[in-house]
Write a protein that binds this ligand. Sequence first.
Ligand code: IPE
Ligand code: IPE
Ligand code: MG
Length: 252
Amino acid sequence: MVSTASSSLAPAKLPRHVAIVMDGNGRWAQKRWMPRVAGHKQGVETLRAIVRACIERGVPALSVFAFSSENWNRPVDEVSGLMDLLVLALSREVPSLEKSGVRLHFPGDRSGLSARVVQGLEAAERSTAHNSTLVLNVCFNYGGRWDVVQAARRLAQKGIEITEESLSQSTALAHVGDPDLLIRTGGELRISNFLLWQSAYTELVFTDCLWPDFDAAELDRAFGEFARRDRRFGRTAEQQVDAQPVVDKRHA
Ligand code: IPE
Ligand code: IPE
Ligand code: MG
């Protein structure tokens, strides 16, 4: 447990890009004898609070996992409940996000989504495109493997050589740097096909807290843990690495 509230952390100690696997909604609801979708609804409330907390703390980029490529394997009712909730949340939340300076992106495979959902995502991206306080990536129908494949395919189609740099620039999150910190709520110790390429040097923090129970204090605990990590990027501890990723020198 962290003793110091990291909301008071020096800006240099704060992660610039935070990624979150928002897990535990179903269990939160089931513990209360409620349908799983009630947990997802509560999860939207948590996300609103965490977006506000990131803005207050000066974090410039937040990427959340909202629906994975594999979540289609869930019961039809839950999948359609999640699609309905996305459309509802967009209509309710986008106006205030727009006012708060949030720029929305929805990285993910749109080809698998209905026209109604795609229109909602595109409208939200358009209406927040002028904002720059916080980039919020809501990864929807996203999978890390899908992202690498679509990036490689795009480069191949354009006849561009595949390098680490060109592939990074073709991923669905090319508009933000790699995440510094990845938080997973809900107690599972896995990545579940989230930002596989981008999290090569990301610090990982796992918490048993279920996503609907997660709050600014939990976020500060994760930030405190991040601030105490020694990010070496392959170097030794004695080499005084600052928080900049060291570029792969093998081919230099
Ligand atoms: C995460 O919560 C949200 C989505 C995957 C859409 P879960 O629905 O996976 O919640 P648990 O893990 O079953 O508790
Ligand atoms: C990961 O959670 C996906 C999202 C949070 C959207 P899951 O609950 O789907 O992950 P697994 O299946 O337990 O690994
Ligand atoms: Mg889960």
